[in-house]
Design a binder for this molecule. Structure first.
Ligand SMILES: NC(=O)c1ccc[n+]([C@@H]2O[C@H](COP(=O)([O-])OP(=O)(O)OC[C@H]3O[C@@H](n4cnc5c(N)ncnc54)[C@H](O)[C@@H]3O)[C@@H](O)[C@H]2O)c1
Length: 437
């Protein structure tokens, strides 16, 4: 490049930079008054944009010529001149929700549920901070465009980036979905390592920039061990705040019991998934209830419960992949919504829900220092407590021991990512399903 060209290019860059800064500051002032920020494209590989949404009240939209603002994007170029008194006073304080793997299939369902208000409520404005991989960045822009076109009043801000430190800034919820799929012939140990590294990095980023009480739901597989890696790399965040998603398994188990008993699935309660989100998981029919009665009193076919039911739930994901040609996305998104709702609304009296949580001093005698799915209850404050009144029999104990052994082996296999020394991979058999566990 000729010197003259170079200097002109640099000038343009500098102009762009100071221009962006100017817009940023100006709009930030607007943000404080009106609770929104405009799109801003930085010169790095990251793009940050913020959706401007306004309350339903008709307000004059002050538009500048979109073409004159090269850094803004579609609707983000509009600056709505809301008067302070027109602010929606009934809305709660905005919450920051970070989602990784935001251009993936699960997120494609989940983000629209979050933005619509069906998860956090119709008076809860949200900011969505979306993390993608370098490869999926363009698709992430497509996601932002679709969110933009959906005109969700509660969606106040959208950030898209490939930098977890940017996306997790002040996150109050982190929904970690992005992970590499298990390729054909890939060893489980290799998957644990590849995805473990992603979750180690994201744990560090959460530790550095997220809200200290951020609630983290790990969906990307193998989710229990990814959750363990993530929490070990985020020592400032309480280990109790990390969850591995086993709610889809709980939902699947409820559905199978309802089908067998000939009742609608809302009659099935107290369903625990014990252990790993893998084919060693234990759907607990001993403690589950149908119409308030123990399952074994309603379904007399105990052979079906022990053999067919358990295997059906364990392998449901694999069967679905065979039918669909891809892993479950919509029902997974629904189960993430269920998992969040279970933490922000009080658990109905006598019932519980399943979540993969950190084992420390649990009442069931399960090994400490792993992430294990167990029965939980919540007061609706984002926290949970373990349920005490569950019973065990030999069948249940034997099955639980198997899934526990698998998780302990997975833990040894990722010791290099949890700061616990040299990894030793002695995984017991290949129990996970390809593509989904
Ligand atoms: N726990 C469960 O119940 C459950 C159920 C279904 C699927 N899953 C798992 O969820 C994960 C995502 O499933 P999907 O169907 O949405 O997959 P997908 O392949 O459609 O999407 C994953 C996205 O994550 C992105 N990604 C990869 N690495 C990333 C990183 N380091 N940071 C940010 N983004 C990254 C990819 O580019 C892709 O866009 C998979 O690991 C899958 O096995 C878990």
């Amino acid at each position: 490049m000729a010197v003259a060209e170079l200097s002109s290019s640099l000038k343009t860059e500098l102009n762009f930079s100071s221009n962006s800064l100017f817009h940023s500051n100006r709009f930030f002032a607007d943000h404080r008054r009106c609770s929104f920020r405009p799109f801003h494209r930085s010169r790095t590989s990251r793009v940050t944009c913020s959706i401007n949404q306004v309350e339903a009240a008709p307000v004059a939209a002050k538009t500048e010529d979109p073409k004159s603002k090269s850094e803004c994007y579609g609707v983000f170029c509009l600056t709505y001149d809301l008067k302070a008194e027109e602010e929606t006073t009934s809305w709660k304080k905005l919450i920051n929700i970070s989602v990784s793997g935001a251009a993936g299939m699960i997120s494609n369902h989940l983000l629209f549920k979050l933005a619509s208000g069906e998860v956090f409520g119709p008076d809860q404005p949200i900011a969505l901070k979306l993390l993608g991989s370098e490869r999926s960045f363009q698709a992430l822009e497509g996601v932002a465009m679709e969110l933009e076109d959906s005109l969700f009043p509660l969606l106040r801000e959208v950030v898209i980036s490939i930098d977890p430190y940017e996306v997790f800034q002040d996150a109050e919820w982190a929904l970690l979905i992005g992970a590499k799929p298990r390729g054909p012939g890939m060893e489980r140990a290799a998957l644990l390592d590849i995805n473990g590294q992603i979750f180690a990095e994201q744990g560090k980023a959460l530790n550095a920039v997220a809200s200290p009480n951020v609630k983290v739901i790990i969906v990307g597989n193998p989710c229990n061990t990814n959750a363990l890696i993530c929490l070990k790399n985020a020592p400032k965040i309480p280990a109790k705040n990390f969850h591995a998603l086993t709610r889809l398994d709980e939902n699947r188990a409820k559905c199978q019991l309802a089908l067998k008993a000939g009742v609608f699935y809302d009659q099935v309660s107290n369903m625990t998934i014990w252990g790993n989100h893998s084919t060693t998981q234990v759907p607990d029919f001993l403690n589950a209830k149908i119409n308030g009665l123990p399952v074994k009193e309603v379904i007399k076919d105990h052979r079906w419960l022990e053999e067919e039911f358990t295997e059906k739930v364990q392998k449901r994901g694999g069967v679905l992949i065979e039918k669909w040609g891809r892993s479950s996305a919509a029902s997974t998104a629904v189960s993430i919504v269920d998992a969040i709702r279970s933490l922000i609304t009080p658990t109905p009296e006598g019932d519980w829900f399943s979540s993969g949580v950190y084992t420390t001093g649990n009442p069931y005698g399960i090994a400490n220092d792993i992430v294990f799915s167990m029965p939980c209850r919540s007061k609706g404050d984002g926290d949970y407590e373990l349920v005490n009144d569950v019973i065990f029999d030999d069948y249940l104990r034997k099955r639980i021991a198997k899934t526990e052994a698998e998780l302990l082996a997975e833990k040894r296999c990722v010791a290099h990512l949890t700061g616990e020394g040299i990894a030793v991979c002695d995984l017991p058999g290949d129990t996970m399903l390809p593509g989904e566990m």
